[in-house]
Design a protein around this ligand. Structure first.
Ligand SMILES: [Zn+2]
Length: 217
């Protein structure tokens, strides 16, 4: 995703400064001789900071409430923020490298369409990871479901049926893997004993950091 610069203001200053305006635009203040390439390199390096600040500015402005599902509104996917692009070319919601392409025809009930898409993506992602860890560590489960659960990210039934919240697709991949491994370990240990955590730790030695990251969501 290329970050768009709203304005470049050149002056007799010595360093480049990135400014996020109150109306959620990126303004670059730069010395007179600065090349476009230099500016773009800096913008790329500060990508995470910029997207976070843009999202915050946008939220503060209440754009989301005033005009939900508008072009450019940021949506989370696997821990990254992607701007929505309303399009007439697509039949269904699709993520390309830069945007979430959102068919205009779905604007009649956009929230429902978005959750449906997120749930579909979540099922695809967790199924792939469950398969991976099952093959590499010999776990067995009896099925995978994605639900709208708000209170928990995942669960494992007595019959070893795995259940995940579609909201998991909003979190970064290391977090998704942590929840997947956690639930897979419950197919063997139905509790949170030391044995359970040893098993999780044997597969994901950094599981504590991933667990902490999950809390942020
Ligand atoms: Zn658990």
């Amino acid at each position: 995703m290329k970050i768009s610069i709203s304005r470049i203001l050149r002056s007799h200053r010595r360093t480049i400064a990135l400014v996020i305006t109150r109306d959620a635009r990126l303004v670059v203040r730069a010395p007179l001789q600065t090349t476009m390439a230099e500016i773009e390199t800096l913008v790329e390096r500060k990508r995470n900071w910029i997207t976070t600040k843009l999202a915050q500015a946008q939220q503060r402005q209440g754009l989301h409430r005033m005009n939900p599902f508008s072009d450019g509104e940021l949506f989370r996917y696997k821990g990254q923020q992607y701007p929505l692009t309303i399009t007439t070319n697509e039949r269904s919601i699709r993520l390309n490298d830069h945007h979430i392409l959102f068919p205009e025809r779905l604007l009649a009930n956009p929230e429902r369409a978005m959750i449906y898409w997120y749930a579909h993506e979540a099922l695809r992602a967790v199924t792939e990871r469950v398969q991976y860890y099952s093959e590499t560590h010999g776990f067995r489960h009896t099925g995978i479901t994605v639900t709208g659960a708000r209170t928990r990210w995942g669960s494992c039934s007595q019959a070893n049926r795995l259940c995940f919240s579609w909201r998991l697709i909003l979190t970064p991949e290391p977090v998704i893997d942590y929840v997947v491994v956690h639930e897979l370990c419950h197919t063997v240990e139905k509790n949170h004993s030391a044995r359970f955590w040893n098993r999780v730790g044997a597969i994901l030695p950094d599981y504590k950091e991933r667990k902490a990251l999950l809390k942020e969501y």
